[in-house]
Design a protein around this ligand. Structure first.
Ligand code: NAD
Length: 495
């Protein structure tokens, strides 16, 4: 299960660990510390990066603050910032293979999935490039010829951007592209587990013409780098994607300076299947909904909520298909799903499944590591189905963030809505039915930020993404995603 042998290093760093990008220059962490990144599929070393800390983060914040306060970038033409983003998009298309390979080596994700992610990432930069200059604000009718009034949009300032490991560059793109479009400066802190494509992106931004100090990259553990971004008085906005617990910590830290906070957190997302759904479609999507990227997807359809009369047939078929899923490393073309991100994460999922079974869930398949020797150096876990989980149980309420599908039953439309909404999360949901009216009624009643009907997982750069309830605060993508990085200013003049 080789991660394909070769060690990759950032082309930015002639020496290992020269991977912090502050004020337009690459360099090491002040401490000289480095971290070796290992491919989760086989444990092979794939990169060595700088491991920064508080002082590195403070240097990056100071650079971003200085450049923002100088004003040239922030008050520059939004059309020119848009052109820059379009150039970045072109570079990402040109270098798609290089980026996808680096992403797969860091995450263990199948190369084909990393390639699709790259298409979405390039599309995100293109979208924000195109809308950067399109909304100059609006004139407000004061009702008097003696006054004029208008509302315009300005950048928020210095943005701290903190991202997770599951879609490393995609989550970065959703923040960096609108931050640039709106004229902010930023300090990016990607997950310490998957930093390689963030390094490559900073090179792409530089090639596209981003001025020194506008975009800064600090690598390192969240508690020593991200935490500084959340609490620092010179950071005006912190945009975070990651787990609920970390989100709460960041929101509390940010409260000290009342900075703007955007949170994209977890989800335990219901996939509601009515008895009148097309059977094969419902099976196919139920599998993709949860087992894409080994379930390490915030919007994974991890709760199958199925109508009573369909339950047995649907779950039997899903279990049959799950047992055919082929595991493998990122470069194995036959593989249908890959490893988990780390040994620690796999241990958490093992404990999660054990607790669910203790609470009465019925293990239908999986629930253990694969036995074959070929998987022994990677962090693999078999796709798992837990049937008959109860409302209010741990397995229904908590996110496993792994390849674990839980199954609940419902009786009718009202019951389906009640059960699907019975969660403190509210990120995404699926509805499968052949009744278009019912589909729209149910979608309208679901308290989740995205609802897919007879589909699962597609998202569009032009449509807002984010969570209801404890799945987050604010939105990414779409016009609302740009708005997160803007301040509205009302200017009123007495003539
Ligand atoms: P995490 O919360 O452990 O870490 C995310 C980022 O926060 C990392 O960069 C980490 O270094 C940093 N961090 C950790 N502690 C910090 C602190 N005290 N202060 C500041 N920064 C800190 O999450 P993860 O394990 O990397 O990612 C998995 C989680 O992300 C899941 O819960 C998943 O649902 C969520 N997620 C949500 C979305 C979404 O769009 N809503 C997308 C992807 C992932």
């Amino acid at each position: 299960m080789p991660s394909d042998g070769a060690e990759h290093r950032s082309p930015a760093s002639s020496e290992a660990g020269n991977t912090l990008f502050i004020d337009g220059a690459w360099g090491p962490a002040e401490s000289g510390n480095t971290r070796t990144i290992r491919c989760p599929a086989d444990g092979n070393a794939v990169a060595t990066v700088a491991e920064g800390g508080r002082t590195d983060t403070e240097r990056a914040i100071a650079a971003a603050r200085r450049v923002f306060d100088e004003g040239t970038w922030a008050s520059g033409s939004p059309w020119e910032r848009g052109d820059l983003l379009l150039r970045v998009s072109d570079i990402l298309v040109r270098d798609r293979a290089k980026f996808a390979r680096a992403e797969s080596l860091d995450t263990g994700k199948r190369l084909v999935e990393s390639g699709y992610d790259m298409d979405d990432i390039a599309a995100c930069f293109r979208y924000f490039g195109k809308i950067a200059g399109t909304d100059p604000g609006h004139v407000v009718d004061t009702g008097s010829p003696d006054t004029i009034s208008r509302v315009s949009y300005e950048p928020v300032g210095v943005c701290g951007l903190i991202t997770p490991w599951n879609f490393p560059l995609l989550q970065v793109a959703w923040k960096v592209a609108p931050a640039i479009a709106a004229g902010n400066t930023f300090v990016l802190k990607p997950s310490e587990l998957t930093p390689s494509t963030a390094v490559l992106l900073m090179e792409a931004l530089t090639e596209a013409g981003l001025p020194a100090g506008v975009g800064n990259l600090v690598l390192g553990p969240g508690k020593e780098t991200g935490a500084v971004l959340a609490e620092h008085p010179d950071v005006d906005l912190v945009s975070f994607t990651g787990g609920l617990h970390t989100g709460r910590t960041i929101a509390a830290a940010a409260a000290g300076t009342v900075k703007k906070v955007a949170l994209e957190l977890g989800g335990k997302n219901p996939n509601v299947v009515f008895a009148d759904a097309d059977f094969d479609t419902a099976v196919d999507y139920a599998l993709t909904a949860i087992f894409l990227h080994s379930g390490q997807v915030c919007s994974a359809g991890a709760r199958l909520v199925v109508q009573d009369e369909l339950h047995d047939a649907l779950v039997d078929e899903i279990v049959r298909r799950v047992e055919l899923i082929r595991l493998g490393g990122p470069f194995e073309e036959e593989a249908e799903t890959g490893p988990l991100i780390s040994a620690e994460h796999r241990s958490k999922i093992e404990a999660y499944v054990a607790k669910a079974i203790d609470e009465g869930a019925v293990l239908r398949t999986g629930g253990r590591r694969p036995e074959s020797e070929q998987f022994s150096n990677g962090y693999y876990y078999l796709p798992t189905v837990l049937d008959e989980v109860r409302q209010g149980s741990y397995a229904v309420d908590e996110e496993s963030f792994g390849p674990v599908l839980t199954v609940e039953r419902f009786t009718d439309e009202d019951d389906a809505v009640r059960i699907a909404n019975d969660t403190h999360y509210g990120l995404s949901a699926g509805v499968f039915t052949s009744d278009a009216g019912k589909a729209q009624r149910v979608a309208g009643r679901l308290r989740h930020g995205t609802v897919w009907i007879n589909d699962f997982h597609p998202y569009l750069p032009q449509a807002e993404w984010g969570g209801f309830k404890q799945s987050g605060i604010g939105r990414e993508l779409g016009p609302g995603g740009l708005g997160e990085y803007q301040e509205a200013k009302h200017i009123y003049q007495n003539l």
